[in-house]
Design a protein around this ligand. Structure first.
Ligand SMILES: CCCCCC/C=C/C(=O)SCCNC(=O)CCNC(=O)[C@H](O)C(C)(C)COP(=O)(O)OP(=O)(O)OC[C@H]1O[C@@H](n2cnc3c(N)ncnc32)[C@H](O)[C@@H]1OP(=O)(O)O
Length: 384
């Protein structure tokens, strides 16, 4: 029985091939009911103006069932097939197993987002995010950066979504919360476009507003009430690295790297890293990273104490998720209260550090050094 999910896409209809409700459903690990519910959602999905969700479903399905895209690139004017090809191609480095998992997570998040009741719908995952995939399953809320085509760079809206997602995850009935990335990067840090628009209210207001947003973003990590675990699936840059000092456990795949090119960008450290990094790795090593832009490998980051454990690329996802599922079976209150005991002594200090870092950054964002560095990135696209 081969039934297909169909939806309109720029005035045409294209189909997700091969969604066989019985055989493929079992293969992909989602139930027939999930697919039926997802199908109903796809017909009415209102919050998908750019068809991002639909394209994502298409691409994940292709990647999971056929592996990396090796078909010829469609012509520029073949908009529909080009969009599909780009979406599939962007998953090149996602393993079939990971794509399968992401596909199932996405289908399930659609089902619980707006659809018919499922067995135990976590109310928090009822939110639809543009740039994140948030799911709750087996006691784990997973917040996944989901802009793989931009290496998961964090836009202003995405900071807001992340704050929301963290607040919800802190209150939902999951036992642990996991952050990870879609595609080949964990996250390339702040989206440098955040500073390129001509802001209403002037550049000073933009810097001040960005400072406020950053402060709230970092605060969401400082105050996070239950175990927070980073699953670093690839390179990490900037603010996605600095906040790692506020996580409870950081697992990294062997090929992940950690890079905080602040002085290169005319900026200064954030995410409380000016305090947590020297504390974790000592002043000398922290200075290499935070002042002199040293990019460290996963193994080096582990030796420095920033990363808890490194796993081979080939078995990263399966080893880590097996472990996380076991952690999520531990008594939730005991875990949360123990985390709070470990972190509470530091909280006041961390908030003060956050305030000071943001104040310094507001000054930096208005500096010639910073503006020049951002212009250089977009003009020359240097590889950092
Ligand atoms: C509220 C504001 C708070 C601010 C807090 C302060 C935070 C500071 C930081 O996070 S500093 C770190 C900032 N990040 C960077 O400087 C990274 C810049 N990007 C790169 O160096 C490279 O893109 C790369 C190393 C991440 C990846 O290189 P490569 O594998 O060669 O891919 P591409 O360069 O082709 O990237 C693909 C696509 O993504 C776009 N992109 C990637 N990262 C960013 C980014 N951080 N900001 C904006 N755009 C980014 C890149 O431009 C390409 O787009 P295109 O396909 O050309 O449209």
């Amino acid at each position: 029985c081969t039934r297909r999910l169909a939806f309109t896409f720029p005035s045409q209809v294209f189909r997700i091939p091969g969604v066989q409700l019985h055989t493929t459903g079992a293969l992909m690990g989602a139930s027939v009911e999930d697919f039926n519910n997802a199908k109903a959602q796809l017909g009415t999905l209102k919050k998908d103006p750019g068809n991002h969700v639909k394209l994502k479903i298409y691409a994940l399905f292709k990647q999971a069932t056929q592996g990396p895209c090796n078909t010829p690139k469609p012509g520029m004017l073949d908009f529909v097939n080009k969009a599909k090809w780009d979406a599939w191609k962007s998953l090149e480095s996602v393993s079939q197993e990971e794509a399968r998992q992401q596909y199932v997570d996405l289908i399930k998040s659609l089902v619980s987002a707006e659809g018919p009741a499922v067995a135990t719908p976590p109310p928090e995952s009822a939110q639809a995010f543009q740039s994140l995939l948030v799911t709750t399953e087996d006691g784990i809320t997973t917040i996944r950066f989901n802009r793989p085509e931009k290496k998961n760079a964090i836009t202003l809206d995405m900071y807001k979504e992340l704050i929301d997602a963290l607040h919800h995850a802190g209150k939902d009935d999951s036992v642990i919360t996991v952050m990870t990335g879609s595609g080949d990067f964990y996250c390339s840090g702040n989206d440098l476009n955040n500073f390129t628009g001509i802001p209403q209210g002037g550049i000073e207001k933009m810097a001040k507003d960005s400072g406020e947003l950053l402060k709230h973003y970092v605060k969401a990590y400082i105050d996070f009430p239950k175990p927070l675990i980073a699953v670093v699936n690839g390179p990490a840059l900037g603010v996605s690295v600095t906040v790692l000092g506020l996580f409870d456990v950081v697992y990294a795949t062997e090929s992940a790297t950690f890079h905080t090119p602040f002085s290169q960008l005319g900026q200064s450290p954030e995410g409380c890293s000016s305090y947590t990094f020297p504390k974790i790795m000592g002043n000398a090593k922290a200075s290499e990273m935070l002042l002199f832009n040293k990019k460290v490998t996963a193994t080096e980051a582990c030796n420095l104490g920033l990363v808890t454990e490194v796993f081979p690329d080939g078995s990263f996802q399966s080893e880590v998720w097996t472990r996380l599922k076991a952690y999520a079976k531990l008594p939730p209150k005991s875990l949360a209260l123990s985390k709070q005991l470990i972190r509470s002594k530091e909280k006041e200090k961390l908030h003060a550090v956050n305030d000071a870092e943001v104040e310094r950054l507001i000054e930096r964002w208005l500096s010639d050094e910073c503006m020049q560095a951002i212009m250089n990135f977009f003009q020359a696209k240097p590889k950092l």
